[in-house]
Design a protein around this ligand. Structure first.
Ligand code: HMG
Ligand code: MG
Length: 296
């Protein structure tokens, strides 16, 4: 069956913007966040407390948090890779954080300057220091890796279970480069179920490189997942995985959820207007088909 309600984890301000070459002014980021909240999104991944040398676009994280119009009932999670990032997040008053691991050796090196085993040495002190915080874990390259090819489901489950065992409350399965197809999604979710991880601990995070993100999301909903990551207007990409394109567009997801009669709490028109505005700020049209169909 399908869930009655889906929680949308909006990653536009973080995943959507992290790959932009030209620095987006903090005022534009703040207006983007506020308009997303105004449209009814209640989980807004705001930024990352990572090395500014690695992701210059998000070097303004402190300034952003200081200027944020925090609304009641809205969560503003931030990415944190290590103890240094945790300290910064705590000082900025963030009660919601996300660590981000890799299911493959090569991406753990490329994205974290670490390794498949070694990444846990970075995350353990973060979890130890994060008592009382809500900690999500991302797992990247769950389906295919640009350097290693297809990633075996048992490897993904093994690394994912270890992240949950650290004390993370949710595991978001990332198709970082957007290569997954429906059968693979069903296979991986079945492998997690077999390993004793219930679907309500999982979220899905699809990039749309091959146009499969929406189909993959519906497959995941049918397997019992009810938290879906998406980005307004389909912005996004990872600077450390060249073949990564934008995330599943939140508008495309909303169109499908509406059609299925699944509750989501978001105003589609307000969101389309926000994405059209953001596309103007970035100087190129949104890749979302729904935004193009409804805007203007
Ligand atoms: P490193 O260079 O090995 O770190 O990077 P280090 O500990 O050797 O420190 C080097 C310098 O960075 C030092 O400064 C540190 O202070 C500083 P220096 O002494 O040279 O002046 N530093 C920091 N500064 C600010 N905040 C910090 C921090 N940590 C160290 N937290 C590190 C290791 C993990 C820091 C680096 O690799 C990094 O920042 N990586 C982040 C990459 C990233 O953000 N990628 C995109 C997000 S993941 C993603 O998009 C996938 C996802 O969407 C899911 C999916 O699609 O699959 C989540
Ligand atoms: Mg991503």
């Amino acid at each position: 069956g399908l869930p009655a309600r889906v929680t949308i984890w909006e990653v536009g301000p973080r995943d959507g913007l992290q790959n932009e070459k030209a620095i987006v002014p903090v005022a534009v980021k703040l207006e983007f966040l506020d308009r997303l909240a105004e449209a009814g999104l209640t989980t807004l991944e705001a930024t990352s407390f990572v090395s500014p040398k690695w992701v210059p676009q998000l070097a303004d994280a402190e300034e952003l948090l200081a200027g944020l119009n925090k609304r009641e009932g809205v969560r503003y999670p931030v990415l944190v890779p290590n103890e240094r990032g945790l300290k910064r997040a705590l000082e900025a008053g963030c009660p919601d954080i996300a660590i981000f691991g890799s299911a493959t050796e090569t991406f753990a090196q490329r994205n974290l300057n670490s390794g498949l085993e070694k990444q846990f040495e970075m995350f353990e002190p973060v979890l130890a220091g994060a008592n009382g915080l809500n900690v999500r874990a991302y797992l990247s390259m769950c389906f295919g890796d640009p350097w290693e090819g297809p990633v075996p489901a048992e490897q993904v489950v093994r690394v994912g279970k270890r992240l949950l065992e650290l004390g993370c409350t949710q595991l978001s399965l990332g198709d970082t480069i957007g290569v997954a197809t429906v059968g693979q999604v069903e296979g991986l979710l079945a492998a997690f179920a077999d390993a004793g991880v219930p679907a309500d601990k999982l979220a899905v995070h699809f990039h749309d490189t091959y146009g499969q993100a929406l189909a993959n999301t519906v497959a995941a909903l049918r397997c019992g997942v009810s938290t879906v990551d998406s980005s307004a207007g389909g912005l996004g990409g990872c600077p450390y995985a060249e073949s990564a394109t934008g995330n599943l567009a939140t508008e495309d997801l909303l169109w499908t959820l509406e059609g299925l009669g699944i509750e989501h709490g978001v105003d589609l028109d307000a969101l389309v207007k926000t994405s059209a505005w953001m596309a103007e700020q970035l100087g190129r049209p949104s890749p979302s088909r729904v935004v193009r169909a409804l805007a203007g």
